[in-house]
Design a protein around this ligand. Structure first.
Ligand SMILES: [Zn+2]
Length: 178
């Protein structure tokens, strides 16, 4: 599928897709952010610049005025018919991620890993140890001296044991970050 650039300072390469993640897919949005992708969530009104990701909704019946939902579209209870750019086929988050990367024609980029706040969806910035020393658990300085901070919520991120587990899970799903 076509990969559309998104305007804004968050875009590192100019050709990186941004996503709009439908409700009920919060885990997926979190994983996309961990991998450094702009993932708006919950997103029920996608802009044309974003790749809209959804799952087939079962049991949602369009009103009588719409006989059936056209292929590639999803019915919203507000009366809006949305076009799904990527319709997920699995309920398993890592399989969903794999599908998205395949369909968007992208590969996990190690430079993007942990470059975005998983809560706020904004790009984090590098900070010095002095700035975060009061907010990190004891022992972290033995692992790393590189920290980033979310400019919006102030969360501090670093490469610790959690990211190592994330890398392992991604690798198992065929999404190697190396
Ligand atoms: Zn944040």
């Amino acid at each position: 599928m076509e990969v559309r650039p998104v305007d804004g300072t968050d875009d590192l390469s100019g050709t990186t897709p941004a996503f709009c993640v439908d409700g009920m897919l919060g885990r997926l949005a979190k994983w996309l952010r961990i991998l450094g992708y702009d993932a708006e969530f919950p997103c029920s009104d996608p802009s044309p610049e974003r790749i809209f990701i959804t799952m087939r909704k079962s049991g949602v019946r369009p009103p009588a005025s719409v006989r059936r939902v056209p292929p590639g579209h999803v019915w919203k209870p507000g009366g809006i018919l949305l076009s799904a750019d990527i319709r997920l086929t699995s309920h398993e988050t890592l399989h969903q991620l794999r599908q998205i990367f395949d369909e968007a024609g992208i590969r996990p980029d190690p430079c993007r890993f942990l470059s975005r706040c998983v809560v706020c969806n904004v790009t984090v910035r590098c900070v010095t140890i002095d700035r975060v020393i009061d907010r990190i658990p004891k022992g972290v300085l033995e692992i790393t001296e590189e920290f980033t901070e979310c400019p919006r919520c102030g969360r501090v991120y670093w490469e610790g044991t959690h990211p190592i587990r994330i890398r392992t899970r991604l690798k198992e799903a065929g999404l190697d970050l190396e």
